[in-house]
Every structure is written in C-alpha cells, then in structure tokens.
Design a protein around this ligand. Structure first.
Ligand code: ADP
Ligand code: DP6
Length: 333
C-alpha cells in the first residue's frame, strides 16, 4: 500500500488560460499568469492498493460515481503508464472551496492530487515536474504548485509546458483579492467545455490569441515595477476579453449573471471615487476583485451597501503545494 497526502491552494488567473491546442496532454493556446490565494484550498489523500479492482474517488466525504471519477481515473492511468505501476487507488479529497462554481476547485484539486501521488509513490518530483503532472489533470492546476504569482508558459509539448514562480520581491503580500459570491452552485458550462466550444466555434477567438501575449508582458512588467494600476488594468481588460470570446461561440454562452454585472458596476463606481480596484471572472458568475491590502477594509465597507457580509470573502496571497502527514484511510479496513 502506498499512501500520500497533500494540500494545494486555488489560484486565480490575472491573465487567463483559455483554449487548448492539445486536449489529451492539456497544452494551452496561450500562456497565463495567476495569483495563488490563501482562502480556498483542497486536501487530498491517495492510497494505491493491490486489493482494489478500480479507482475510487470520494469528495467531501461522499463517494463519487464512476462517471464523476472519470477525470481522476484518467489522471491515475496516466501516472500508472508513466511509472509502470499496476495498482488502482482510492482518492479522498476535501474541497475547502465550492466545487465547480468558477472558484478554481479543479486547480487546487489536481495540484493536491499530483502532490499526494508524488508523496505516495516517492517520485521525488521537483516543482517544474509536479507542475507538468498537475497540468495533465487540469490546466490551471499547474500554477497551484507555487505560492504567490505564477506564470504558465504554454510551451510546445508535454516537456516544455509548465508553470514557474514569478520573482516579485514578495509584492503579492501587499495585495488581496475580494471574492464576491453571487452564486456557488455548479455551473452549466464547465471551463473545459466552455473553452473547447470557444476554440472550435468563436469568431472572436482569433482576437483573444492576438492580444493575450501582450497582456502577459504588461502584467509581468507591472509585477516587476510593483505598479498596481497597470496590473489591475490589464487584469480587468484580459478577463473581459476572455469572456467576450464566449459571446461569439456557436451556440453563444456567457458565465455572467445579472449579479455579476452589478459587481462590475460597483467596482467601476468605487474606482471612480478614487479607490483603485479591478475585477476579474472565471468560468462562473462569481467576481474577484484585485485590491491593495491597505484598501481592503474600505472596499468591503463600500460593497456592503449592495452585498451581504457572507457574500464577501477576503483572500491574501497563498502558499504553494505542501505534503501532509498521512492518516489512516478507508482502504486500511
Ligand atoms: P472550478 O471553477 O471549480 O475549477 P471546473 O469546471 O473548472 O470548476 O472544474 C470542476 C471539476 O474539477 C469537477 O467537476 C471535478 O472534475 C474537478 N475537481 C473539483 N474538485 C476536485 C478535487 N478535490 N479533486 C479532483 N478533482 C476535482
Ligand atoms: C477561466 O484549468 O479548469 O479559470 O484544463 O480543462 O481542466 P481544464 O480547465 P481549467 O480552466 C481554467 C480556466 C479559467 C482561466 C484560468 O484559470 O486561467
């Protein structure tokens, strides 16, 4: 029996990953940049056991169906092939983040699973290789190996597509992200399906590909210069461009709800009043607001005019992947 356990935090992209050029290997069409956050995370245990006849997955204490286990089973099969292993596994995971609500549970989920497998099988993988492994589960997971700012260089193949930490002189510790939860239910169109439909059918996708590389350079320069306004402006613009592509898809779709638009309007108004803050959104209606830590209380106070306390969650920059002591698993019985 081989046991491993790990914790990984979610990351939110400031420059989005949107579209794959290789769906099996999960190679992206564009490079992306993210901030790992301390408010949401996943803890995952894995137990490879000769007595198992298939892979099992339980999430938040609930046994998942074979269908719900498919992505995890495919990931484990990839590991079995890569490391000539002949054992099925039991995976037990707890999301301290709403699942599939556009809050990046797939990022923390697969980063934690990669870390747990690395520990269980004593693979001894360095961060870049852990990032490549996590990427095979979910693209955005490759960035959650790292704390603070991370850049996922799209690369050309499996070997060259992984994330790395962006040197920032710890500037991320002066920043915060305020999550405005408008809906934490499972979304209709997963990020996987949404980006696929967009790549295949959106007449606006070419525009995304033409602008994303310059956005990334602008964001990296802003981080190097600790220029909050420049980082915020490119974050907001890049997120809007990503969401613009979904409107050109066939059939068109949008992750926005009326409440998302209300948050965006509030952010613009608050900014006009002189408090610098910028929004971004992922594959779901919840909105994340990038703000300097020194302004977070004021931002929260202003948003409380329109939203309730329990809709607002403050996140600071979070750490990278960590391994945890292994406890007794169900499969020990
Ligand atoms: P989100 O916005 O939450 O990342 P996605 O649609 O991108 O939503 O991903 C949700 C999917 O991620 C889930 O359906 C599941 O396949 C996977 N996932 C979520 N949590 C975990 C976890 N703890 N371990 C492994 N996979 C997970
Ligand atoms: C909008 O990483 O969840 O959050 O690789 O298919 O698992 P798969 O997709 P996923 O997509 C994330 C999309 C995004 C932007 C981002 O995080 O960069």
């Amino acid at each position: 029996m081989f046991l491993g356990k790990a914790r990984a935090y979610t990351n939110i992209a400031l420059i989005k990953y949107w579209g794959k050029k290789d769906e099996t290997c999960i190679l992206p069409m564009n490079s992306s940049l993210s901030l790992t956050l301390d408010a949401f995370y996943t803890e995952t245990s894995v137990c490879f056991d000769k007595n198992l006849t298939r892979d099992y997955f339980s999430l938040n204490g609930e046994e998942q169906s074979v269908q719900q286990t498919a992505k995890i089973a495919a990931f484990l099969t990839m590991i079995r092939q890569q490391y000539q292993l002949d054992l099925f596994a039991k995976v037990e995971s707890t999301n301290f983040v709403p699942t599939a609500a556009g809050l990046a549970s797939s990022a923390s989920g697969f980063a934690a699973l990669a870390g747990a497998c690395n520990q269980a099988l004593q693979l001894g993988l360095a961060d870049a290789d852990l990032s490549r492994l996590a990427r095979r589960g979910s693209g955005s997971a490759c960035r959650s190996i790292f704390g603070g700012f991370a850049e996922w260089e799209k690369g050309a193949d499996d070997a060259s597509s992984f994330a790395k930490k962006i040197p920032s002189d710890d500037w991320e510790n002066e920043l915060a992200m305020l999550f405005v939860l408008v809906d934490d239910r499972i979304k209709d169109v997963s990020s996987r399906d949404g980006m696929k439909r967009t790549v295949q059918t959106s007449s606006f996708y070419q525009g995304w590909l033409e602008t994303a590389p310059a956005d990334l350079q602008t964001a990296k320069a802003a981080i190097a210069a600790k220029d909050f306004k420049a980082l915020g402006e490119v974050t907001e613009a890049n997120g809007l461009r990503m969401h613009g592509t979904t409107l050109g898809a066939v059939p068109p779709f949008s992750y926005w709800s009326p409440e998302s638009l209300k948050v965006m309007t509030c952010v613009r108004q608050i900014r006009a009043q002189g408090l610098p803050c910028y929004f971004t959104m992922d594959a779901g209606p919840n909105v994340k607001i990038l703000v300097e830590k020194k302004n977070i209380s004021q931002l929260k106070a202003l948003l409380l005019n329109d939203f309730s306390e329990n809709q607002l969650i403050t996140a600071n920059a979070g750490p990278g992947l960590s391994t945890l002591p292994v406890e007794r698993l169900m499969s020990d019985d």
